[in-house]
Ligand binder design. Structure first.
Ligand SMILES: Cc1ncc(COP(=O)(O)O)c(C=O)c1O
Length: 338
């Protein structure tokens, strides 16, 4: 099993501090989660219904007709590579590590592009590959690729019988960057998640947007009732709640900028990221991670790729959490740990 953020219980044991005293900034999950409505008790008793309105709400939200609900985008990340013809796949490094593991497990050959090489080298790197898997924006570096380039890339992979898979788990704050509406053609697959922007990671809901043939193969592989009835009900409400979405986009934009400013203020370099997290390459990343953990603040430490240690900070969920983070960074700076 690969390492993920959010392991507060393990940190509690390791540092001898009860879980409820931790400030967990180790994920990119929105701390202001969608307020889950009261659910019809029937959704616990009945088998999940395909015609309960979830897919209709998702089609409207994503602007795409061909989609499949999955138990978190992780379910699709694991299953999709096995449904595509084996070949060479281009991935970014560093990126969400589950992708590389899944493509490798399915027998594809991996090729990596430095996430900092960015737009310029994408086409050249992809020229020797059959498929490409990109997180847009990338987790953890925040790298984004221009839409036109991605569309052109999908077109050229498609001509070779390959596919561009775009993991848009962190795109809901900037939907204008999404390629969701361009899905339905053979060369493009988009993965979406309700775990990040909507803050519903525990519900395990995601969507795959792709051409109908691939979706039906995926549906066969995953089997029936992949989402529970309660998860479907909550996801349908969240996807249809445009007022909440619009307000949350503004709020997260402000908070993302506030977090970047706080890290800069404490001389932690130039953070990059999305509204939901900020990523910092730092030579002393491990020492900073440890010093914060000793103060009950959990951030995500990356020791890959070698020679580029880095940290990822998620958003504090309220003023007390902001104050606690600011005070800890101040202490670190004064003690020359930074
Ligand atoms: C980039 C990215 N994609 C996908 C996922 C999986 O999310 P979920 O399965 O909750 O939709 C994660 C989880 O951290 C992620 O960071």
């Amino acid at each position: 099993m690969l390492e993920h953020g959010g392991a507060v219980n393990a940190a509690a044991v390791r540092y001898g501090r009860p879980a409820e005293e931790w400030l967990d900034l180790s994920t990119g999950i929105n701390p202001h989660a969608y307020p889950v409505p009261a659910l019809d008790p029937e959704c616990w008793r009945r088998l999940p219904q395909d015609d309960d309105g979830l897919e209709a709400a998702a089609r409207a939200y994503y602007g795409s007709q061909d989609l499949l609900a999955v138990a978190g985008s992780q379910a699709a990340i694991q299953a999709l590579p096995g449904l595509l013809p084996p070949g060479r796949v281009l991935l970014l490094s560093p990126s969400y590590a589950e992708h590389a593991a899944a493509w490798k497990r399915a027998g594809h050959a991996l090729r990596f592009l430095d996430a900092h090489a960015g737009n310029g080298e994408l086409e050249a790197a992809a020229a020797g590959c059959d498929h490409a898997l990109l997180c847009q924006p990338n987790n953890p570096t925040g790298t984004r690729f221009a839409r036109e380039r991605l569309l052109a890339l999908a077109g050229s992979l498609e001509q070779r019988g390959g596919v561009l898979v775009l993991d848009e788990a962190f795109i809901d704050g900037t939907p204008e960057d999404s390629l969701a509406e361009a899905c339905g053609r053979p060369g493009l697959v988009v993965l979406r998640s309700l775990g990040k922007f909507f803050g519903l990671a525990g519900a395990r809901v995601g969507f795959v947007l792709a051409e109908a043939g691939l979706l039906s193969a995926l549906r066969e592989t995953l089997g029936p009732w992949t989402l529970s009835g309660p998860a479907r009900a909550v996801a349908r409400a969240a996807l249809a709640d445009h007022a909440w979405q619009a307000a949350m986009r503004l709020r997260l934009k402000n908070e993302g900028e506030r977090l970047a400013a706080l890290l800069r203020e404490h001389h932690l370099g130039q953070p990059q990221g999305t509204t939901l997290f900020q990523w910092l390459p730092h030579a002393r990343a491990a020492a900073i991670h440890e010093a914060l953990a000793r103060r009950g603040i959990l951030v995500r430490l990356y020791d890959q790729p070698p020679g580029l240690p880095s940290l990822r900070f998620g958003l504090p969920g309220g003023e007390a959490a902001w104050t606690r983070l600011a005070a800890a960074l101040e202490q670190l700076e004064n003690s020359n740990a930074i």
